[in-house]
Design a protein around this ligand. Structure first.
Ligand code: ADP
Ligand code: ZN
Ligand code: ZN
Length: 826
């Protein structure tokens, strides 16, 4: 693995370490002689920090302390342990994470931690050490017998005893109680440390056939013969447990064979393969059309050149972008180069993964959030070792240590799931561009509905613009129609959830044996409990947000903090019993449709059903095979799927998205509807899309129905320019959080003053502090300050200086959460 060569000093004395804590600086430690020769840049090290031990990342080896730090050499602590002899983080990833930490004003150590597979260093242990008072106590009354005395003696006899050893021996409650008393009495001191790599590689017993020429006439009984035959049919080696199953036998014939030297039983490392044993589709043998062939050759040429090159691939849904990506990765592989393809969280459908596996076999590694930590770790190691040179993954795969990277593909580049929604914030699409730049690779940003930023950049010449204007086989785009729900209300004299037009369309579709998808804009916003007497809604006691009603369990739940309670019978505000349920969740829509169409096989796909491992895969596969007639779900159904028999897509309520207080809400709605429309009519049958709305005149809806991206872009970009939003300004937001409202306000005011001082030239617009759109989450009040500037440089300077000033004036830096390029201001 490429690790930058370090000019070897005589003896390395110090190491600069990045720590995964929310502090924007690195720390210096001393290297004990035993580690100084072994350690390399990018290795993880265990270091003392305050009362804890934490895992950090070795960055460099200064041969003398920086004068500017004014550090007293005596105060510098030793590195405790070197965790990786072979560093997990290579030079390229180190550089990318450093760039990201700087750009997003985040901690380098946190960024590096985010770059490694989750769970790789999350365990902790509590270490106990005897104190002077403890020793005295032991020598004084060594005769006294008690569990506490035994525990104290045990701690005295060991160096840094792990609490777990005591709980194993003395029982959990007793050990913990005694230890707590001993610590309080000053006889024992305690510290915690993180335990490296709780994820272990997986080992299994396996059986290998040694004597493959066992003659048919050798005296084997039937069961032994069967074992030998089954082994032969599997190239001579099988996992023990699988062999038992396949040969339908117990263990004894195997051990007899082992004694006779015919087979060998050994321990094998098995890589956890998320797609083990699945049936793979036959590879498609397609001939690219002329548009596809041109796009592919442009991309391949760039890969061959080995220089940075950025493309926007703008192709309508169903134009064959995915096929181009796959071919481009094949060509890169033929040139000896690795590829990385990012997909949105949801687009990693089981069907797509299987297709990749069919094309690339073991060369492909797949990283997404539904993998177990063990599976993810194993996939990651195959990438690290260079065994897998094609990587498909969601957001965090942008840090996958691919060897000799030649191509990056960001599918559905506009998708908001590329934005990490918690600290350290980053946008994987934007990091992709940086990484391609560093690696001299080509990058393709692909979408049917490019983000305004990307399209703007392409127009400015920052990316080469490539287009796929037609659907494969010149299939027509689905026709889309708006259903004006105000009219529906007038005619029916009451609110209807599903309009007569949509009901008719569903009936017609299924009469023809075709499938449909019914989509609700968003879970959680839709179903809540309201009091008819006083008009209050049931709200979370920790967060300022309406609770979502779940019919099946008769509970209300908060989607921010998971608070959940049985739906009360009476209003908590006025005690009236006239509670009623407003809005429709996916569950209610499903129930309604089941009642309306008792003969249809209907399944639901939303965040709830996602929680059951494997359920969503089974549902989608079974829909693909035609065993389900209709899917009801949230926007996760809108993206990426390629079902050929779907001819109708119905959207129940598109307005919720438009009503959100966010400058991107029109863009999001346009993207969603265009993507939705792209799910219909992907086979040879023409598709139809019906969209129910109370705002049929809204431009985002009108242009989505026309499927006219450029008109939408022209309208939206003028709005962004007029209102000073990205891409015309750089944006940053600071969230100020505190359980005490007065303190939150004080910290916000201190920061505001600091920012204003730093902004004496007035080059940055500073808005707020004001309540964030959700004013309280998990019992913390949330205030927000927003900064805008046409100069990113000034924006950063004002932010950095303002925060420093706030700290000096008594603002607590831990209360400020800083976000550069926030994807939304909600
Ligand atoms: P997109 O990613 O642009 O939405 P896909 O790559 O999923 O489009 O292609 C849409 C459908 O057309 C898929 O079923 C795909 O297998 C098929 N397809 C793609 N390219 C070709 C081609 N050159 N000839 C025939 N079918 C194709
Ligand atoms: Zn009430
Ligand atoms: Zn809550």
């Amino acid at each position: 693995m490429p690790v930058p060569e370090q000019s070897e000093p005589e003896v390395r004395q110090y190491v600069e370490v990045a720590l995964p804590i929310p502090v924007r600086k690195n720390f210096t430690y001393r290297l004990p002689a035993r580690l100084s020769e072994q350690i390399k840049v990018g290795a993880r090290v265990l270091v003392p920090f305050g009362k804890r031990f934490i895992t950090g990342y070795a960055l460099s080896f200064p041969d003398k302390l920086k004068e500017s730090l004014e550090m007293d050499p005596a105060s510098i602590k030793d590195v405790v342990e070197l965790i990786d002899a072979d560093p997990l983080i290579n030079g390229e990833i180190l550089r990318l994470a450093e760039w990201a930490a700087e750009y997003y004003s985040a901690s380098f150590g946190e960024m590096l931690k985010a770059s490694l597979p989750a769970g790789i260093n999350s365990g902790t242990e509590q270490l106990l050490t005897i104190a002077e008072a403890g020793r005295r106590s032991l020598s004084n009354d060594s005769a006294r017998k008690s569990a506490k005395a035994d525990i104290l003696a045990k701690i005295a006899s060991a160096n840094d005893l792990d609490l777990k050893q005591l709980t194993d021996e003395f029982g959990d409650a007793k050990a913990r109680r005694s230890v707590r008393d001993l610590i309080n009495a000053g006889m024992v001191t305690s510290s915690t440390r993180s335990v490296p790599a709780p994820i272990k590689s997986k080992r299994r017993k396996a059986v290998r056939l040694l004597d493959t020429d066992v003659a048919a006439d050798s005296p084997l009984n039937d069961r032994q013969k069967r074992v030998v035959e089954v082994l032969r049919a599997h190239q001579g080696t099988m996992l023990f447990a699988e062999l038992l199953g396949a040969a339908d036998t117990g263990a004894s014939p195997i051990s007899t064979l082992e004694k006779r030297g015919i087979v060998e039983v050994f321990v094998q490392e098995v890589l956890r393969d998320p797609l083990k044993d699945v049936e793979l589709p036959a590879p498609l043998d397609l001939k690219l059309n002329a548009e596809q062939a041109f796009v592919l050759s442009e991309i391949t040429n760039a890969v061959r050149h080995g220089e940075y090159r950025g493309f926007l691939l703008h192709g309508v849904t169903g134009s064959g972008k995915t096929e181009v990506y796959i071919r481009a990765m094949q060509q890169a592989l033929a040139l000896g180069k690795g590829s990385l393809m990012l997909v949105p969280e949801i687009a990693l459908t089981p069907i797509f993964s299987r297709r990749l596996k069919a094309v690339f076999g073991d060369e492909v590694a797949i990283l997404h959030s539904n993998l177990s930590p063990g599976e993810r770790y194993d996939e990651w190691r195959r990438i690290h070792s260079g065994d897998a040179r094609i990587v498909i993954g969601t957001r965090s795969a942008i840090f996958a240590p691919i060897v000799n990277l030649g191509l990056i593909v960001i599918d559905e580049e506009h998708d908001t799931s590329y934005r990490q929604s918690e600290s350290p914030f980053y946008n994987a699409r934007d990091l992709g561009v940086v990484r391609a730049n560093h690696a001299r690779a080509a990058i393709v940003l692909g979408s049917a509905t490019p983000s305004l930023e990307t399209f703007h950049n392409a127009r400015a010449g920052k990316y080469q613009y490539l287009q796929l204007q037609n659907r494969i086989g010149d299939r027509p785009m689905a026709t889309a129609e708006l259903i004006d729900m105000r009219e529906v209300f007038k005619r029916a004299g009451k609110d209807l959830v599903i309009s007569p037009q949509l009901i008719d369309a569903i009936r017609e579709t299924h009469a023809k044996g075709e499938q449909s998808i019914i989509l609700l804009n968003r879970r959680g916003f839709s179903s809540f409990v309201m009091c008819r007497s006083c008009g209050e809604t049931l709200r979370c006691q920790n967060c300022d947000i309406t609770l979502t009603y779940h019919k099946r369990e008769n509970r209300v739940t908060c989607h921010y903090c998971n608070y959940s309670t049985v739906t009360p019978r009476a209003c908590p505000f006025c005690e009236s019993e006239f509670l009623y349920f407003v809005g429709q969740g996916t569950e209610q829509i499903e129930a309604l449709l089941e009642k309306q169409f008792p003969n249809l096989r209907i399944a639901r796909v939303d965040r709830d059903t996602m929680k059951k491992k494997g359920l969503i895969d089974r549902t989608l596969l079974s829909f693909d095979r035609g065993e389900i007639d209709m899917l009801v779900g949230t926007q996760m159904l809108a993206k990426g799927h390629d079902f050929h028999n779907v001819t109708l897509v119905g959207v129940i309520s598109v307005d919720i998205g438009l009503g959100l207080p966010d400058f991107r809400s029109a863009e999001r709605t346009f993207q969603l509807l265009t993507q939705v429309a792209g799910r219909a009519g992907r086979g040879t049958l023409r598709g139809r899309v019906l969209i129910q709305t109370y705002h049929p005149e809204h431009y985002a809806l009108r242009y989505a129905v026309e499927q006219n991206y450029e008109k939408f872009y022209d309208h939206e970009i003028r709005f962004r320019e007029r209102m000073s939003y990205p891409p015309f300004v750089a944006l940053a937001s600071v969230l100020i959080k505190h359980p005490d409202l007065a303190k939150a306000q004080r910290y916000a005011d201190i920061l505001k003053i600091g920012l204003d001082q730093a902004n004496s030239e007035g080059k940055v617009r500073i808005l707020g502090p004001a309540f964030a759109s959700i004013a309280r989450i998990k019992n913390e009040f949330r205030l927000q300050i927003i900064l805008k500037s046409t100069s990113r440089k000034f924006l950063r300077t004002v932010l950095d200086q303002g925060l420093r000033q706030a700290e000096v004036s008594g603002g607590d830096p831990r209360r400020y959460t800083l976000e550069i390029d926030p994807i939304s201001l909600m």
